[in-house]
Write a protein that binds this ligand. Structure first.
Ligand SMILES: [Zn+2]
Ligand SMILES: [Zn+2]
Length: 154
């Protein structure tokens, strides 16, 4: 899978950026938090909590679900990861920062998840919600959309 190869090659640079960001925000990227972030990074389609636990246990046989959930809570709080509620999957955030919520496309055919940069669309979505008197209650917007690969265009 070409996406995984690219992701692996980029990990040191990505991590350096994240470490910098955590220092600025005085957030401590402990080894377990870094490990969970790395597993998410290396799995562009996202991971369920129990898959993450199995991966973490390769190095830490005593890890328990709370170990993983506490690390995930931290990553989500720091804006480094997203929880995709519809499929209960966790994905790494590939954006520098979020002024707007993340727009996630969930492919119903392959189960793939991707985060789309769509500022203008999100801006007008939020505006429309506000005009109707609503405020978005989540840092993620999820849409079911068939991906280019499944459409045979990749
Ligand atoms: Zn994001
Ligand atoms: Zn697909």
């Amino acid at each position: 899978m070409p996406a995984a190869t690219t992701a692996e090659a980029d990990w040191p640079a990505y991590l350096a950026g994240i470490e910098q960001r955590c220092r600025e925000q005085q957030a401590s990227l402990t080894p377990i938090r870094r490990e969970v972030l790395e597993w998410l990074y290396r799995h562009p389609a996202g991971l369920k909590a129990y898959d993450l636990l199995a991966l973490v246990r390769q190095q830490r046989p005593n890890a328990t679900p709370p170990t993983v959930y506490r690390a995930l809570d931290f990553l989500i709080e720091q804006g480094l990861a997203h929880k995709i509620g519809r499929s209960n999957t966790f994905v790494v955030c590939r954006h520098d920062s979020h002024r707007l919520p993340g727009l996630f496309l969930l492919c119903p055919r392959c189960g793939g998840i991707s985060e789309l940069a769509a500022e203008a669309a999100l801006q007008s979505l939020l505006q429309t919600l506000a005009q109707a008197g609503y405020r978005l209650d989540s840092p993620e917007v999820e849409l079911s959309a068939v991906c280019p690969a499944c459409l045979g265009r990749a």
